[in-house]
Design a protein around this ligand. Sequence first.
Ligand SMILES: C[S@@+](CC[C@H](N)C(=O)[O-])C[C@H]1O[C@@H](n2cnc3c(N)ncnc32)[C@H](O)[C@@H]1O
Length: 723
Amino acid sequence: MPGKRYKRKGGGAGGGEREEKKRKTDENTNNDGYTEIIKENSAFEEYYKTQSIIPVDEWSSFMSSLRQPLPVTFRITGTRTWSQGVLNCLEKRYFSELKDLVVEGEAISPPTPLPWYPNNLAWHVSLSRTTVRSSPLLSKFHSFLVKESNQGNISRQEAVSMIPPLLLGVEPRHYVLDMCAAPGSKTSQLIESLHYQDTLESSIPSGIVIANDADNSRCYTLVHQAKRLNSPCLIITNNDATQFPVLYYNNVDGKRVPLQYDRVLCDVPCSGDGTMRKNPTIWRSWNSSTPLSLHRLQLRLLMRGLELLKPGGRLVYSTCSMNPIEDEAVIAGALKLCNGSVELVDTSSLLPGLKRTNGVNTWKVLTKNGEWISSYKETPSNLLHTVHSSMFPPTALEADTYQLNRCIRIFPHQQDTGGFFVALLSKTSPLPWQVQPSNSGPTVKRPDELTGRHGFERKSRKQTYREDPYVFLPRTDSVVESISSYYNISSDSGITDQFLTRTLTGKKKTLYLTSPLVQEITKKNEKDCKIINTGVRVFARTESLDSACEYRITQEGIDTMLPYISNCTVRVTLSDVIALLKYPNPLLTELSADTQSLIESFGTKKPVIFVYSEASDETEGEDVRIASNIGTPIYLAGWIARKSVRLYVGHPDRYHYLAILGETPPETMSLETQSGHTHSTFFDEEGPVADDVSAREEGGGTEKEVKVLIEEEESNKRTLEQD
Ligand SMILES: C[S@@+](CC[C@H](N)C(=O)[O-])C[C@H]1O[C@@H](n2cnc3c(N)ncnc32)[C@H](O)[C@@H]1O
């Protein structure tokens, strides 16, 4: 993978100095006016040497690792059966071919699974772009990764960034808060865990994930990232998490209660010096003041997370900084305020195979004046506004209680990753100021520094625009009734009370579905909590005037709706499913006789779900071998016209299914993503970088969703015209 390029600054260094700088840049310096950034910062080196958190005999490996580009790591995303299908395909079709590959005389190291990531679902690849280009097999593998990444089945993510959700141990029944969630790679993992036990009979777990970020435009990146997982149990919110509101809902007894979380992820904004390998500009910008300016915000975020956590619940605090001021000092500061109601969890038996270093009990503070101090008492009076008591290490007695050694720090040289810090905390009882007042004990006041008026203030964000309303439809609504009747949805399922639109007036173009708890929370808290997005887009209105049902099921809605619908599927053979995926409007007469006869009894001018499963396939030999990669049936949203059939499936999804079926997509299919981007890096990381700012179109979808909708509707019109 190539390093990042930066325009070379003119002039400056003299001959010898220039030579020295050149030596410390990457090897691939170009002649076009661009050069790799100089990976040198003496202040950084001095700082970490003084902190003594890296063993002396590991110092040179530490520094040399920081100067190497970060290897590519990716995760296979999606629910259990889905990700297993993609993994099967990768292993059988691609990895096996790369095993003994030699390119230009050099043996290629095949992708390896991250040993500590469960079920081989995360992989490490060390291939340069040049190597990839020089081998057709590697190009084929690369192209598969790009397509699957477009489709959202593979997510490029830093290895260390995968750790916090794993430590959190989310279960389908958990109420989860992700406080600083954008761009959302960890949120995706949390959602996947929530849906880990989904089956064809049950797709709506009782738990919930609330993914929040203070940055409005980053929230839309989060919407896009999470949308790939189609969870009806997700709410995306846009609040300052230091003051994240208490949300209310009616519990099973109909009592209005505050929502307390079983799991909280507190992945805070940080100086990011653990990401130097990925973001080499940090070599230039690193300074010792940034951690000082972030420490109190980090502590306040952590404290709010602990307040909202249920007693008995768990919270993960993480940063991609190696600095104790942003790491152990924040943990120690919180443990002090919590006064025994929160403790660090011993994680040494978790994630076997992960190399780690224990947290430290001592560190120093480097003031803005460049002075090292070991205690708050030593702080010069003119610096009291930048240095706070919580930045200093605990006393010996506190250290005994806190057990900061239970924190995990990961250095880049330990297993060729970025640097990272993570701590798992357990709330054993309510925080001191959350204890109900009683006659016997004293009442503890909430610390002033948590109230927002004492040094933690953030500029209030301008409310740039209003979100569309969330309108839940009663089961007696005519649209819900017609959908329930066509798709045979029983009112006993409860699902008929869960549909949502984002428009108060006019025709409902799109229907979304949420879980009952999401509905309850959305309805009761819309005023106090800025909700950006929720619900899976499950039905869209058709343009056909004489359709058997005015609403067709959407591809992204199938997984959620399948357990609740019947009478709307048609089984197809392998050759038919391939034709449907490859061509826009195959004629009925071009399908197999079996499918034609099933369609005849099903009827025309109807929305449909085409189903292909190996069990239904009669084909012998090679085709059956290919199909065995799938492991789970394929469901495709479609339409049966009078003479032809079509799918409502976008190109990235079509690519995915064709690849899983061992087919090559036709040349006419564009490699572009729906957003119009082609991929320029090895393959894209953590979803799109572009902000989906216009995601407030009618229906609550992103601009891209709306574009897809329009394309689908236009194509549908064409099908109708053909008829
Ligand atoms: C390290 S990033 C989070 C990365 C994310 N967890 C992921 O895995 O993709 C920190 C995030 O915190 C957000 N942030 C900063 N201050 C915040 C605050 N007061 N409340 C909530 N989010 C905040 C930033 O906008 C940024 O998206």
